[in-house]
Design a protein around this ligand. Structure first.
Ligand code: FMN
Length: 280
C-alpha cells in the first residue's frame, strides 16, 4: 500500500482542517496516510513516504515564516522517486498572494513528481472560517489524487508489459535470424565449395593446388555439417520455442556457433587469398 504524509502549518486551525480533509480523501482512495504539523515533524521520516503533501497559510502574499524555514530545511533531503502536491489557505482578495506557489517551487526543486496543481482553501477572514463545503471539496481532491496515483501505477505496469512484449518479440526474431545465418550461410558456402570442387577449383587451385584443395574440402565438410546442424536447430526451435533447453543440452548451439564462425573464417581466408592472387 502506498504511503502519504500530509504536512501543514496552521495558526488558527484552518489549514489543518484542509489537511485533514485531504487526508480523509486520500485514505478513502486506498492510501495509508499520516499527517503532522511541520513543527513536530522529523524530516528524516520523509524517506518513508511515497506521496508528500505540504500546505500552509498565506502570510504577506507568500508562505508563513515557519513554512519558509521548514522548506529551507527539507530542500536538501534526498527524496527519490516520489509524488508531491502543495496546498494553502488564503483570503478571497484579488491580490491575496499564494503560499503554495513557494511550496510548489520547493517540491519541484526536490524533484518530486507533481501529482496535482495548487490546492486552495478560501477563508473569510484571517482567523477563518473556511468557505462552506471546503471540507467536501478537499476530500474529493484527496480522492482524485489517490485515483491518479493508483492509475499511474496501473499505466506504468501496462507500459512495462508492452515493453517486455516488444523486447521478447525482438529477441524471438533475433534468435530466428541467428539460426538462419548460422545454418543458411554455411549451406550456401557448402554449395559454392562443392561447385568449385566439381569444376576443378578456382584460379587459386592452379597456383597452389594442395592448399586450395585443403581449403575447399574443409569448407565443404565444415559448412555441410554446420549448415545441417543450424537448419535442424532452427526447425527444432521453431516447432517449440522452449526446445531451447533441449538444444542447450545437445550442445547444438555451441556446435553451430563454433562451426558457423569457423566456416565464415575459412571462407574469409579463401576470399582474401583469391583477391590477392587471382584479382590483383
Ligand atoms: C500575519 C498574517 C498575514 C496574512 N497575509 C495574508 C495575505 O497576504 N494574503 C491573504 O490572502 N491572507 C493573508 N492572511 C490571512 C491568512 O491567509 C489566514 O489567516 C490563513 O489562511 C488562516 O489559516 P490558518 O488558520 O491555518 O492559520 C494573513 C494572516 C496573517 C496572520
Amino acid at each position: 500500500m502506498k504511503k502519504a504524509i500530509i504536512l501543514y502549518d496552521s495558526v488558527y486551525g484552518n489549514t489543518k482542517k484542509v489537511a485533514m480533509s485531504l487526508s480523509r480523501g486520500l485514505e478513502a482512495g486506498g492510501l495509508y496516510v499520516d499527517s503532522s504539523s511541520i513543527q513536530n515533524f522529523d524530516i528524516v521520516k520523509l524517506e518513508n513516504y511515497d506521496i508528500i503533501g505540504i500546505g500552509g497559510p498565506t502570510h504577506f502574499h507568500g508562505a508563513s515564516k515557519q513554512m519558509k524555514l521548514f522548506l529551507n530545511r527539507i530542500r536538501h533531503v534526498k527524496i527519490g522517486n516520489k509524488y508531491g502536491f502543495a496546498f494553502e489557505t488564503k483570503t478571497d482578495f484579488r491580490l491575496a498572494g499564494s503560499a503554495a506557489k513557494r511550496i510548489m517551487r520547493y517540491l519541484k526543486k526536490m524533484k518530486l513528481k507533481i501529482i496535482h496543481s495548487i490546492i486552495t482553501g478560501i477563508v473569510f477572514d484571517k482567523e477563518g472560517p473556511l468557505q462552506e463545503s471546503t471540507s467536501d471539496m478537499m476530500e474529493q481532491v484527496g480522492l482524485n489524487i489517490s485515483d491518479k496515483i493508483n492509475n499511474s501505477n496501473t499505466q506504468k505496469d501496462i507500459n512495462q508489459k508492452i515493453k517486455n512484449l516488444k523486447n521478447s518479440n525482438i529477441n524471438l526474431y533475433l534468435n530466428r535470424l541467428k539460426w538462419v545465418l548460422l545454418g543458411g550461410g554455411p549451406i550456401f558456402f557448402f554449395v559454392r565449395a562443392f561447385y568449385l570442387a566439381s569444376t576443378g577449383g578456382d584460379c587459386f587451385g592452379t597456383i597452389n593446388p594442395i592448399f586450395s584443395w585443403f581449403l575447399l574440402s574443409s569448407e565443404i565438410s565444415l559448412s555441410g555439417m554446420v549448415g545441417v546442424a543450424g537448419i535442424s536447430g532452427l526447425i527444432l526451435w521453431k516447432r517449440k520455442a522452449n526446445q531451447m533447453e533441449t538444444l542447450k543440452k545437445l550442445n547444438l548451439r555451441k556446435i553451430v556457433l563454433f562451426g558457423g564462425s569457423t566456416t565464415y573464417m575459412v571462407h574469409f581466408i579463401r576470399v582474401v587469398i583469391w583477391i590477392m592472387l587471382c584479382v590483383i
